[in-house]
Design a protein around this ligand. Structure first.
Ligand SMILES: [Zn+2]
Ligand SMILES: [Zn+2]
Ligand SMILES: [Zn+2]
Length: 420
């Protein structure tokens, strides 16, 4: 028999115990453990602050003396997510070198890739105070960052309405008169009541010099789901209040190809589009990747310098979220072949899978419905590489392994006839 003696039992207060526990938990998960020692990454490259993480970081910290972020990539699909999930544009000027014995990773051979931060792009009407905001780390609760989230929210219907209006104003009418002179008609908003015998009213942007039976005047289709019609009306009639938009908060990543700002601005009373200006930055991103990543499942990012610009908005959707979303979409399509980005948004899928009400709560970058549309399109391509149309079926039945081969001869014959 065993005797259990309850003697000399030390008493702990519950709070102490909880604190200890939280510390242990932190160290196990995405902890940020700072070490106050010099860490050598090459013989010359040493940094004082080292941050450990098990997940990608969107805004890695930097400092004039350098900050190293060490990623434990165990279990990751792709170790390069450590770098591709970063919201800064990290592919500026630079170069790479191989180091035979990387000191930090125990003397194994590593690749060292040094690039400059590519900064941001901003609108000519941007508030200089915002543009000149230097930073080393991002405070997600800060006003600047909160503004980004709002700005991204605007990025949908309203912004698209402004872009549509400004693009229409800049467009010229393709109609040519009998003497081959181009039509100088201006854009104007038009509508067709009872469009195609339905109760709906269809809006379009036409030409103010259009006469009946003349073809090929300007005709720009208006997508009702992307357009705020009453705002568009106000913009065309010049009654929209654009004073509040005289200053811009548009900050865009360097990778963005946009040449002009999406928001309209007033310049001497006229509505204009702002030019996009580039700002370069001298922060260095040094990526250290072991050549044998299975042997040493760590990569490092060292950031040196101070960003001379506000953080770029969170436009990139982190790969982990993208992968999960992709799985979700593929499942949805497998269950229902008519799945669209819209049906995903209106259904309970997001709630069931991520336990979030809206996509933007999963990641701000998903506010843009085009991203979801892209992912849905990609999922269809993976599931039906030859499309869902007749060619897709044709490919499917002509595959010997398909059970359908005996059943769908008609389609095959039709296609052959069509091709001849
Ligand atoms: Zn015209
Ligand atoms: Zn602007
Ligand atoms: Zn920068």
């Amino acid at each position: 028999m065993t005797n259990i003696l309850f003697v000399h039992i030390e008493e702990f207060s519950a709070e102490d115990f909880d604190q200890d526990k939280s510390k242990v938990n932190n160290n196990e998960s995405e902890s940020e453990e700072n070490e106050e020692v010099f860490a050598f990454f090459t013989q010359k490259l040493q940094v004082r602050k080292v941050i450990h993480t098990t997940t990608p970081v969107e805004y890695p910290e930097t400092s004039p003396n350098g900050v190293a972020t060490i990623y434990n990539i165990t279990g990751w699909k792709n170790h390069m997510d450590a770098f591709s999930d970063i919201q800064y544009s990290t592919n500026g000027a630079g170069g790479s070198a191989n180091i035979k014995e990387g000191p930090f990773f125990g003397g194994i051979s590593v690749k060292k890739d040094t690039r400059k931060c590519q900064g941001i792009k901003y609108c000519q009407f941007s508030n200089p105070e915002i543009i000149n905001q230097e930073h080393c780390s991002v405070n997600f609760d800060s006003e600047t960052f909160q503004n980004y989230t709002k700005q991204q929210n605007n990025n949908s219907k309203e912004a698209k309405t402004y872009s549509l209006f400004l693009a229409a104003k800049e467009s010229s009418c393709p109609f040519k008169k009998d003497n081959n002179v181009s039509c100088d008609g201006k854009a104007r908003l038009g509508k067709i009541a009872n469009y195609q015998q339905t109760e709906t009213t269809k809006y379009f942007i036409g030409c103010d010099k259009y006469k009946q039976n003349e073809k090929w005047h300007r005709f720009i289709n208006i997508k009702p789901e992307e357009t705020n019609i009453s705002l568009l009306q106000q913009l065309f009639s010049g009654t929209a209040s654009i004073q509040e938009l005289s200053q811009c908060s548009m900050i865009i990543p360097r990778s963005c190809k946009r040449k002009k700002c999406d928001m309209p601005h007033t310049d001497n009373g006229a509505v204009v589009r702002g030019e996009i200006i580039e700002r370069s930055c001298s922060v260095q991103f040094i990526k250290i990747i072991p050549h044998d990543i299975t042997k040493c499942p760590f990569v490092a990012l060292i950031c040196i310098g101070v960003h001379n610009h506000p953080p770029p908005p969170p436009e990139r959707t982190p790969s982990g979220i993208k992968n999960n979303l992709q799985i979700l979409i593929e499942q949805a399509i497998n269950q229902d072949d008519t799945t669209t980005s819209r049906s995903i948004l209106s259904g309970n899928l997001i709630k069931a899978y991520f336990n979030k009400e809206i996509l933007a709560e999963i990641h701000v970058s998903l506010n843009n419905i085009d991203k979801l549309r892209y992912l849905v399109g990609k999922a269809y391509k993976i599931l039906h590489p030859f499309g869902q149309g007749v060619m897709g079926v044709y490919h499917y039945v002509s595959n010997k392994d398909s059970d359908l081969i005996d059943y769908v001869h008609k389609i095959e014959i039709c296609i052959i006839k069509h091709l001849m």
